[in-house]
Design a protein around this ligand. Structure first.
Ligand SMILES: Cc1cc2nc3c(=O)[nH]c(=O)nc-3n(C[C@H](O)[C@H](O)[C@H](O)COP(=O)(O)OP(=O)(O)OC[C@H]3O[C@@H](n4cnc5c(N)ncnc54)[C@H](O)[C@@H]3O)c2cc1C
Length: 383
């Protein structure tokens, strides 16, 4: 019989508690939670629908979805991946739907179904849940055979004094404030395939861009914010956003525009089909091309200016904004501090970590919760 303490009753902590009891029903498992009830955040995930994992089918390289922690995740996903997650919750009667973009949600479209499954399993297995108990430092708890820290992002300070290396926390998954009236006037415009970048860096992201009244949002922006999270924090969220509106090379955009030849048609009336009329007029203005200019009058310099605007338009980034209150923290317990199979501390035997408290984070799409399930499963089995 072992006596286990888990600090933090979030996704990782509750899942870990249940998995330990499934394996060893006789173990005593106590979960300490600072809030008045468990899994408050899990109940809000995916806009209340819980994007529980991802099919990973559209993922070309794992590093594209796990900017931090990719090697560890590669290993852990082999032991407990997305299909294991669906089978696990499937055993408790949850059915799932997978969207075209790979995001997986419970068929009920209700995050509380996942919360209730874990709550019920904890109750039935006799997990002891102690709410309203904030652990200021792990030294407060003693007498346990193993301790699991699952306190989420931005909480690693409860390890102060242990000597465990902590990677400083910075936010990830946010939208960008852009100082440009023309862009802001296009609020609500969606462009399906763009490439975003940050000037002077190698950070690039692809996908859908949404123009908002404060700047840019949508999947391409959130990905860029995740890839460049540390760089942007160091630069105090100032920089230059590069936009390739056509997600294409210079030669192919040039070829596409040159097909208009010497036509007498007005340029303003013949935009590439992926760009809206309003956005096209905005881009013509940025390229210094009159709205009544005809293709035949454009000339090679005008064409070059237009191509350049389409593939490498640039705007000043002047800050960050939250994405619908959703963000994750990058940083936390350094992965050098844990054994990769068990997630046990190399310094303090019997101390384990799972979930966002580790320096692992992902882009949106269910990958963050999958990291919580995979790490918690690894810890439960190691214990
Ligand atoms: C609004 C929102 C929506 C999201 N939607 C999705 C989504 O759809 N899909 C997805 O993959 N990811 C999503 N995420 C990210 C995802 O929720 C997190 O990655 C995940 O919850 C991390 O799980 P965790 O158990 O590590 O931490 P948490 O879920 O944050 O749980 C940590 C728990 O520890 C408790 N705690 C903290 N400090 C202490 C302490 N000192 N003592 C005791 N208890 C403590 C906290 O109160 C909390 O209950 C979303 C995030 C947010 C904010």
């Amino acid at each position: 019989m072992k006596n286990i303490a888990i600090i933090g009753a979030g996704a990782a902590g509750c899942f870990c508690a249940v998995e330990i009891k499934r394996l060893y029903p006789s173990y005593e498992v106590t979960v300490y939670e600072a809030a008045s009830r468990p899994m408050i955040k899990l109940g809000l995930t995916g806009g209340g629908r819980c994007n529980i994992t991802n099919s990973f089918e559209g993922v070309e390289a794992l590093a594209d979805v796990y900017p931090r922690g990719v090697n560890l995740m590669k290993r852990l996903l082999h032991s407990f991946g997305p299909s294991d997650c669906l089978n696990w919750f499937g055993e408790y009667g949850v059915r799932f739907v997978t969207q075209e973009d790979g995001c997986v949600f419970p068929e009920s479209q209700d995050a509380m179904q996942i919360v209730h499954v874990l709550e019920r399993a904890m109750r039935e297995f006799g997990v002891k849940l102690v709410c309203n108990r904030k652990i200021a430092n792990i030294s407060e708890l003693s007498g346990y055979d193993a301790m699991v820290v699952t306190t989420g992002g931005g909480t690693a300070h409860l390890l102060a004094g242990t000597g465990i290396e902590l990677v400083p926390d910075v936010p990830s998954l946010f939208t960008l404030k852009i100082d440009n009236d023309g862009l802001r006037s296009l609020m609500g415009t969606v462009v399906d395939n763009v490439t975003l970048g940050i000037a002077g860096t190698r950070f690039r992201s692809h996908g859908t861009l949404l123009l908002t009244d404060w700047g840019v949002s949508g999947p391409a922006t959130l990905r860029l914010s995740s890839y460049a999270a540390r760089w942007l924090a160091a630069e105090q969220y100032q920089g230059t956003l590069l936009v390739n509106w056509m997600d294409s090379s210079e030669s192919s955009v040039r070829e596409q525009l040159a097909a208009n030849g010497d036509s007498g048609r007005m340029i303003a009336n013949s935009h590439p089909e992926e760009l809206s009329d309003r956005l096209w007029r905005h881009l013509l203005q940025r390229a210094g091309i009159r709205e009544d200019c005809r293709w035949a009058e454009l000339g090679s310099k005008g064409l070059s200016r237009l191509v350049n605007t389409l593939i490498s338009d640039s705007y000043p980034i002047v800050g960050r904004a939250k994405f619908k209150e959703e963000f994750v923290t990058c940083g936390g317990v350094s992965l050098n501090e844990v054994r990769p199979d068990s997630l046990e501390s190399r310094r303090i035997p019997g101390l384990y970590f799972a979930g966002e408290v580790l320096d692992i984070d992902a882009v949106t799409g269910g990958f963050n919760l999958q990291a919580a399930w995979s790490t918690a499963w690894a810890v439960a089995h190691a214990i």
